[in-house]
Design a protein around this ligand. Structure first.
Ligand code: UDP
Length: 238
């Protein structure tokens, strides 16, 4: 059997990924499907860090748009990611994956605080580490947290799980002739104004020479194919 292409990965799951087709919140069936995909790559011996979003529950921008103080709304968004992280860790337990949640905001009665060395030790032990509360700072996103934690834990790649199976030359819903890039460089992605991650996250990955792969979490087996280095999704490389 061929070996996985990566030893350690950082998987970014948006809050919306947990929502499935629901309008809000956490869909248990969708979550259990996602954790099965994660369990498969863990069983290959790949070390998995996860950064989870919160957009299925609350987004700071939406709060600010309705008149809230932006920083307050962002803290609420970060709290939403903690709920998602707890749901994900719980679902992982059901499929036999040992997961630890570490939060960038301290709430020790509920989850562990983020401690880099401890997170790395967990990964080395084969546990999945779910990084909650983003970067711990308002005005950032969980994409930036993914780039940051990915760089901190020495992940070889950031895997951005989306609803679409990669980056396209145009919006495939509007333009049927749009094609998926198999790979694209950071410079070309900038030149073509492709929105891969938000600008801060993208810059951090580029500076740290941390490649990004965009793929669909809803395509069965896609995470495993990505980890095996197969032609799945779009690779953004240096
Ligand atoms: N957030 C933040 N700082 C961070 C990460 C997240 O303030 O470092 C807040 C922000 O309000 C954001 C919300 O948490 O809207 C949920 O995160 P995000 O929108 O990135 O989630 P996703 O789109 O991935 O579901």
């Amino acid at each position: 059997m061929t070996a996985p292409a990566y030893r350690r990965i950082l998987l970014k799951l948006s809050g919306e990924a947990l929502m499935g087709d629901d309008a809000f919140g956490i869909n248990r069936d969708v979550v259990s499907r996602i954790v099965q995909e994660v369990a498969e790559v863990v069983s290959l011996g790949v070390e998995v860090g996860v950064v989870i979003g919160g957009g299925n529950i609350f987004r700071g921008m939406a709060g600010a748009a309705s008149g809230m103080d932006r920083a307050t709304a962002d803290y609420m968004g970060m709290l939403a990611t903690v709920m998602n992280a707890m749901a994900l860790a719980d679902a992982m337990k059901h499929v036999g994956v040992v997961a630890r949640v570490q939060s960038a905001l301290n709430m020790e009665a509920v989850v562990e605080p983020y401690i880099r060395g401890k997170a790395i030790r967990y990964l080395e032990d084969g546990k999945v580490v779910i990084f909650a509360a983003g970067t711990g700072n308002p005005f950032f996103t969980t994409d930036t947290a993914a780039a940051l934690r990915g760089a901190e834990i020495g992940a070889e790649i950031v895997l951005k799980a989306t609803k679409v199976d990669g980056i396209y030359t145009a919006d495939p819903k509007k333009d049927p002739s749009a094609t998926r890039y198999g790979k694209i460089s950071f410079d070309e992605a900038i030149a073509r104004n492709l929105q891969v991650l938000d600008a801060t996250a993208f810059a951090l990955c580029r500076d740290q020479k941390l490649p990004i792969k965009v793929f669909s979490i809803f395509a069965t087996g896609a995470l495993k194919r990505v980890v095996m280095g197969e032609d799945e999704g779009t690779l953004v490389h240096i």
